[in-house]
Design a protein around this ligand. Structure first.
Ligand code: FAD
Ligand code: ZN
Length: 477
C-alpha cells in the first residue's frame, strides 16, 4: 500500500480544495483551525494544511476525489470527543481535516417512525430530541452526547450504558451513506431489517475509525419509549455476587433489564469526595456496588414490582447486603450521577492510567483479582478505580497514582502498565478496546495483540478501499 508522503500540500491543490467548500468553510487561519487540531484533554495536538467544512455529500465526494488524485491525507472529524486521538491530524501539517459538522440535516423519519435518516454532523442529543418528538427512542446514550455526532459515533461504534438492552452503535444502524477514498459515493441508506445479499458493507464501515470511508449519513433504528423505569443501587458482599445477581436479573427481567452497571467502593468514595452534592443512600460500607435499571412498556408499576421481587430473592440468597430503590425520577438521576461521575472524580487524585477493556462476563471477578496483581507489580500503591458496564463485560479499569507520587513519573509507567494489562485481557479471551477504539493511542497494542490472520484481513480491506492510504493515515493500522 502506498502511504501519502509527509510533504506539504501543493498550493494549487489547496486552492482546488478551498474552492469546493468556499472560502468561509476552508480554514487556514491558525486561530480558526485550533479547535479542530486538539482534543479536549490536550493529549493529542496536531497541525493541518487546511480544515474543510463541507455542507453536502457531493462536496465531500469532490474533496475526496481531489485529495485522492493529489495523494493528500484526510482526517475525518465529527464532534471531536473521541478518546484515542483518531480525529486529530498528525504533527506534520501535511494532512487536511474534513469536518462533517455542517452535515446537519435529518433527512427523513419514516411513516411508522421506526427509522430516521440523519446526516453525519447531527449530534447524538439532536437525534434523541428528533426521536422524542415522534414519541420514539434512539437508545444510544453517552456522557458526550451533546457534542458527539452520528458520523463519529458510528465510525467508533460507540457503546454506553444502554448496550445491554439495545446493543452498541452497530446494532442501531440499518444503513449508511459513505464517500469512498476516491470520491465515489456508496448509497447504502436502506432501512431494511433483513438484507442477505452478500458481504455486509455497512458493518465494514462501522467501527472503521475513518480509515475506510467517510460516513455522510445513516439510517438509524428507532424504538418505542419505555413508559416506566425502576432503578436501584445495590451493595454486594463480594464481586462474585454480581455474577449471581446478574444471572438472576436476566432471568426475572429478561429484555426489560436495561442496565447493569458496577462500581468499586473506592470509585464511589472518590465520587463522594470530589463531586458536589453526591450522597450514598445506603447504610453499610460494601466492597462493590451495582446499579440496576428495569424498564416497562406500561406505566403500571410492573418494572418496580419486578425489581423489588428480584432484590428480595437476591437478599435471601445472600447476594445483596443492602439496596435502595429510587422512588422518584430525581432519586434515580442521583443514583445514575454516582455512576456517571466516576471518571471525573479521579481527576483531583492526580494521574490516572486508563484501560477500556472487556472480558467474558463470567470471568470479571477473576480478571479483577489478576489485574490488581498487575497494578501492584508495575506501580506499588497505585489505586484501581473500577467501574463499568458489568452486563457487557466492559470494565473501565482506571488506575489512579499512588498518593504523593509525582504525576509525570507515574504517567511514564502508562505503556508498561497497559502492556501488562492488555496481555492479561488477551489471555482471558477479552478485548483491549471495548468502547473507545484504537485511533493513535492503541495502534501499537493492536499489532501486538491481534492475531496475524486478523491483521492480514484488516490490511487487505484497507488496501482494497484506500489503495493510496490517504484516509486517516497512521490511525488504527
Ligand atoms: P470524533 O471524535 O470526531 O471522531 C472519532 C473517530 O471517528 C475518529 O477516528 C474520526 O476520524 C472518525 N470519524 C469521525 N467522523 C467520521 C465520519 N463522518 N466518517 C468516518 N470517520 C469519522 N464512547 C463510548 O463508546 N462510550 C462512552 O460511554 C463514552 N463516553 C464518553 C464520555 C466523554 C466525556 C467523552 C469526551 C467521550 C466519550 N466516549 C464514549 C468516546 C466516544 O468515542 C465519542 O463520544 C463518540 O463516539 C465519537 O464521536 P465524535 O463525533 O466526537 O467523533
Ligand atoms: Zn463506558
Amino acid at each position: 500500500m502506498q502511504r501519502p508522503v509527509s510533504r506539504p500540500v501543493p498550493t494549487d491543490v489547496l486552492k482546488q480544495l478551498s474552492d469546493i467548500v468556499g472560502r468561509e468553510h476552508a480554514l487556514s487561519d491558525p486561530e480558526q483551525q485550533a479547535p479542530y487540531l486538539r482534543e479536549w484533554r490536550d493529549r493529542y495536538v496536531g497541525r493541518a494544511a487546511l480544515v474543510l467544512r463541507p455542507g453536502t455529500t457531493e462536496q465531500v465526494a469532490l474533496i475526496m476525489k481531489t485529495a485522492h488524485e493529489a495523494g493528500v491525507g484526510v482526517v475525518p472529524q465529527a464532534g471531536n470527543t473521541g478518546l484515542v486521538g483518531g480525529q486529530i491530524p498528525s504533527e506534520t501539517g501535511a494532512e487536511i481535516v474534513l469536518s462533517v459538522s455542517r452535515l446537519k440535516s435529518i433527512r427523513a423519519v419514516d411513516i411508522a417512525s421506526t427509522a430516521m435518516i440523519a446526516e453525519a454532523g447531527v449530534t447524538l442529543a439532536e437525534v434523541h430530541a428528533a426521536a422524542d418528538k415522534r414519541g420514539r427512542l434512539f437508545p444510544l446514550s453517552l456522557p458526550s452526547e451533546g457534542s458527539c455526532q452520528i458520523g463519529g459515533v458510528l465510525a467508533t461504534n460507540a457503546g454506553g450504558v444502554d448496550v445491554l438492552a439495545y446493543g452498541n452503535a452497530r446494532n442501531l444502524a440499518l444503513g449508511l451513506e459513505v464517500v469512498l477514498a476516491d470520491g465515489r459515493i456508496w448509497n447504502g441508506l436502506k432501512t431494511l431489517k433483513k438484507d442477505n445479499t452478500g458481504y455486509d458493507l455497512r458493518d465494514l464501515f462501522i467501527g472503521s475509525e475513518g480509515t475506510l470511508g467517510i460516513i455522510t449519513a445513516a439510517a438509524l433504528k428507532l424504538f418505542p419509549k419505555p413508559a416506566e423505569k425502576a432503578t436501584a443501587l445495590i451493595a454486594l458482599p463480594e464481586i462474585a455476587s454480581a455474577l449471581g445477581l446478574f444471572g438472576l436479573a436476566e432471568e426475572r427481567a429478561h429484555s426489560r433489564l436495561t442496565a447493569f452497571e458496577f462500581m468499586s467502593r473506592f470509585a464511589i468514595e472518590l465520587v463522594l469526595r470530589h463531586i458536589p452534592d453526591t450522597k450514598l443512600p445506603l447504610q453499610d460500607k460494601a466492597p462493590w456496588y451495582v446499579l440496576i435499571e428495569v424498564s416497562g412498556a406500561e406505566a403500571d408499576g410492573t418494572a418496580a414490582a419486578t425489581l423489588e421481587r428480584l432484590l428480595t430473592e437476591a437478599t435471601h440468597k445472600g447476594l445483596v447486603t443492602d439496596a435502595v430503590i429510587a422512588s422518584s425520577l430525581a432519586q434515580a438521576n442521583a443514583l445514575w450521577r454516582l455512576r456517571e461521575s466516576a471518571s471525573e472524580a479521579q481527576k483531583p487524585e492526580g494521574g490516572s492510567i486508563k484501560h477500556d477493556i472487556s472480558v467474558p462476563v463470567p470471568l470479571i471477578p477473576k480478571f479483577l483479582k489478576r489485574a490488581a496483581t498487575v497494578v501492584e507489580a508495575v506501580s506499588p500503591g497505585a489505586r484501581p478505580v473500577v467501574f463499568g458496564h458489568f452486563g457487557d463485560g466492559n470494565v473501565h479499569y482506571n488506575v489512579t497514582q499512588p498518593p504523593h507520587m509525582e504525576k509525570a513519573r507515574y504517567l511514564a509507567l502508562w505503556d508498561r502498565m497497559s502492556a501488562a494489562m492488555h496481555g492479561l485481557v488477551t489471555r482471558m479471551g477479552g478485548s483491549i478496546s471495548a468502547e473507545h477504539g484504537i485511533g493513535r493511542m492503541k495502534r501499537g497494542d493492536l499489532e501486538k495483540f491481534k492475531s496475524p490472520v486478523e491483521l492480514e484481513i484488516m490490511r487487505a480491506l484497507k488496501s482494497a478501499l484506500d489503495p493510496k492510504g490517504i484516509l486517516n493515515p497512521g490511525k488504527l493500522l
